[in-house]
Design a protein around this ligand. Structure first.
Ligand code: URA
Length: 236
């Protein structure tokens, strides 16, 4: 779609005021000032800023990062457990938001939340190879060839396809870092079960190039910056 058309659709600006804003250098597309109204943009992947503000917000798309504590589940409602959306106490229309993939109730760490289904898909689909990195505490030291097995792919109980190659780093005898690009049901716990071990602590540290903020305490969240949204939504 043309930039001027997109701008006037997402804001109160008429087409000619949108053109003026573009000519005045007040519009950036993916961090670059664009002065041509006829510039074509991709509404799904490009981040357009007017006066430094993301237009996606005006379209209703919202993007958050949360440091999930244990005891909360990644669902909009639940009769038994607390849900992560209870932690987004400053936000409205919570039912329009979803978590980008899920962490188990006892898993802590990085959860992305949005109302942009296409963006979420680029993060959860193995097709786009976005690495999810977990810090894992194990019940016992790992078997010797664990790293090799993770790199080759592991056959999970009850499945017919190997997991996609992952990366395993030893931090100590019973503490490792695991990076995977899929999100099968209880995947990390099942991978270590297949290696004859048991996960006793699981924390997601990063997704793609976005790591959990040092400043974000358990239970805290913040909006992603337009640059972070763009970085994670990249499909190549
Ligand atoms: N794998 C798991 O087993 N649990 C999680 O919460 C995330 C990945």
């Amino acid at each position: 779609m043309r930039l001027d058309k997109y701008l006037s659709q997402c804001t109160q600006l008429t087409r000619s005021l949108a053109t003026t804003a573009i000519r005045q250098g007040r519009v950036r597309v993916n961090e670059k000032i664009i002065k041509s109204s006829s510039q074509k943009i991709n509404e799904d992947t490009d981040i357009v800023l007017l006066n430094g503000q993301a237009l996606a917000d005006k379209l209703g798309h919202r993007y958050f990062i949360l440091n999930k504590p244990a005891g909360f589940i990644c669902a909009n409602h639940d009769l038994e457990h607390k849900v992560v959306f209870e932690l987004l106490n400053n936000e409205i229309n919570l039912d329009r938001l979803h978590t980008v993939g899920r962490l188990d109730v006892d898993t802590t760490g990085l959860v992305l939340i949005s109302d942009d289904g296409q963006w979420s898909h680029t993060i959860t689909s193995p097709k786009y190879h976005q690495e999810k990195t977990y810090h894992v505490e194990l019940a016992q030291p790992l078997i010797e060839d664990a790293q090799e097995q993770v790199e080759k792919g592991i056959m999970l109980h009850g499945e017919t396809h190997l997991t996609k190659p992952g990366k395993l780093e030893h931090i100590s005898d019973t503490h490792v870092s695991l990076s995977i690009t899929e999100g099968r049901y209880h995947q990390v716990k099942r991978m270590f079960a297949a290696l004859g071990n048991r996960v006793v602590g699981l924390h997601r540290h990063s997704i793609g190039e976005l790591a959990l903020d040092e400043t974000l305490q358990e239970g805290e969240y913040r909006a992603l910056t337009p640059q972070e949204v763009l970085l994670l939504g990249k499909t190549s």
